[in-house]
Write a protein that binds this ligand. Structure first.
Ligand code: ADP
Length: 161
């Protein structure tokens, strides 16, 4: 069985992330979306909220599920018999960091490979940060995130629907 992990912050999940999730679910038997509990970042949504939002928006993808994880990604992958890490590439600016991560992960866990999916061009400019910034100014983000996330953002920002 091929099992992959798509790790990230997902604060919150966007249509760009969802596109990568759907495409990886078509490539692997099982895709685990790993929400990193990164104590260095102060997220808008709590870890639990991010995992719940993801599970809500992927409920129609039977072979995908979201979980949280702590610590080293490759250790989590090993413990869960995951052999592939999926990452999305939006632009060359993502490349340097992603290459460094992939190579250092491979150094410590040679049995685990990273695969990159290039973004759907429609979402190449899209990031969770942009979504949060727009939402904080009351800009409609319904074309950037799943509907469930758009409502969660409105509640979080205390903006009347
Ligand atoms: P991180 O904090 O690890 O960068 P993110 O939640 O921002 O986590 O992103 C997780 C992964 O999704 C990364 O591989 C990132 O490059 C990818 N990604 C983010 N936004 C998009 C998008 N619009 N299209 C494709 N991939 C994306």
């Amino acid at each position: 069985m091929s099992r992959a992990i798509y790790p990230g912050s997902f604060d919150p999940v966007t249509l760009g992330h969802l596109d990568i999730i759907k495409r990886s679910a078509a490539m692997f038997d099982e895709v685990i979306i790993g929400v990193l509990n990164n104590t260095l970042k102060s997220p808008l949504f709590s870890l639990e909220e991010r995992v719940n939002m993801l599970n809500e928006v992927i409920s129609d993808i039977p072979n995908a599920r979201a979980v949280s994880f702590d610590g080293l990604l490759v250790e989590f992958a090993r413990q869960n018999d995951i052999k592939v890490i999926v990452r999305g590439l939006r632009a060359v600016t993502d490349f340097e960091y992603e290459l460094q991560m992939a190579q250092s992960n491979r150094k410590i866990a040679p049995e685990i490979d990273t695969v990159f999916l290039t973004t759907n061009i429609e979402y190449s400019y899209l990031s969770s940060s942009i979504v949060k910034e727009y939402a904080s100014y009351g800009v409609d983000v319904s074309e950037l995130v799943p509907e469930y996330v758009s409502s969660a953002l409105k509640n979080k920002m205390n903006i009347d629907k």
